[in-house]
Design a protein around this ligand. Structure first.
Ligand code: CTP
Ligand code: CA
Length: 228
C-alpha cells in the first residue's frame, strides 16, 4: 500500500517505545531469554521520529545500532525495563510496549558460575513472576490522556485471546500477531490485527514492519485530544 508524504502528526509528542527481549540471569554467564529481534520496536522508532515525535527507545538485548533521532536507554532484565519505562512514561503522551518481557525470572542469582559435579543431578531452576509492565503503565497513567499500546503474539484463537488480553492489560490498543513456524520472529515482515479498547479492529496485511508501525501511529494520532 503506497503512502503519501509523511505527516508530522507526532510533533510535540513524547513517545516511549520498548523493544527487544529481556534476559534473566542465572549466574554471571547464563540467562533465560527469548527470540525477540527488536525489529518491530525499531521500526516504530524510525517511523515516530519521521512523524516528528520525541522518542525514548528503551531497548533490551537487541544488538541493533542506535536509530538516529531517538534517545536510547539500554536495559537487560524485566525489572530494569520496568524502571526505565516507568521513568520515561512520567511525561509521555504514548507508551508502546513492543518488548518481549520474560514472564518469569530465576528466584535466585548465583554470584559465581554454577558448576556441575560428577555423579550429581542438576538442581532445578526455581522461577518467580516478573512485574507486568504494560498492566502497570495502563493502570497508573501519568495523565488521563496518555495512550498505551501493547503487543501480543498468539498461536491459537488469535482474536479471542487478543480481546481477552486487551481487557486484562487495560491498554488502549493491542497489536496481535499470529506466530507460527515461519512467522514474525526475526523476520522483516509482519501481519497483524490491531484491536482497540473501543471495539475497533484494524487488520494490517503482510508487509514490512514499517507499515504496521505507521498504522499504529495513525491509530494513536486519531486518539489524541487537540494539543494545548
Ligand atoms: N508485558 C509486560 N510485562 C510482562 C509481560 C508482558 O509489559 N511481564 C507486555 C508485553 O510487552 C506486551 C504485552 O504485555 O506488550 C503482551 O505480552 P504477552 O506475553 O503476550 O502477555 P502475557 O500477559 O505475558 O500473556 P502470556 O501468558 O500469553 O504470555
Ligand atoms: Ca508473556
Amino acid at each position: 500500500l503506497a503512502r503519501g508524504p509523511v505527516v508530522p502528526d507526532l510533533v510535540g509528542r513524547h513517545v516511549v517505545i520498548s523493544a527487544g527481549g529481556t534476559r534473566e540471569p542465572l549466574d554471571p554467564v547464563r540467562y533465560l531469554g527469548n527470540r525477540s529481534s527488536g525489529k518491530q520496536g525499531y521500526a516504530l522508532t524510525r517511523t515516530a521520529v519521521a512523524r516528528g515525535a520525541r522518542v525514548t527507545l528503551i531497548e533490551a538485548n537487541t544488538g541493533l545500532p542506535d536509530p538516529s533521532g531517538a534517545d536510547v536507554v539500554r536495559v537487560g532484565t524485566a525489572v530494569q525495563l520496568r524502571e526505565a519505562v516507568l521513568k520515561a512514561a512520567s511525561d509521555a503522551d504514548v507508551v508502546v510496549m513492543a518488548a518481549a518481557v520474560a514472564d518469569f525470572r530465576p528466584a535466585e542469582y548465583a554470584e559465581g558460575k554454577i558448576k556441575k559435579k560428577d555423579g550429581q543431578e542438576p538442581a532445578p531452576i526455581v522461577l518467580v513472576r516478573n512485574p507486568d509492565i504494560l498492566a502497570e503503565v495502563s493502570a497508573e497513567r501519568a495523565t488521563p490522556d496518555q495512550i498505551v499500546v501493547g503487543f501480543a503474539a498468539e498461536t491459537d484463537n488469535v482474536l479471542a485471546n487478543g480481546r481477552e488480553k486487551l481487557l486484562r492489560k487495560g491498554c488502549d490498543l493491542l497489536v496481535v500477531n499470529e506466530v507460527g513456524e515461519r512467522k514474525t520472529f526475526g523476520s522483516e515482515e509482519n501481519e497483524a490485527v490491531v484491536l482497540a479498547a473501543d471495539g475497533g479492529e484494524t487488520p494490517v496485511p503482510y508487509g514490512p514492519k514499517e507499515g504496521l508501525a505507521d498504522t499504529v501511529w495513525d491509530l494513536v494520532s486519531a486518539r489524541f485530544s487537540p494539543q494545548a
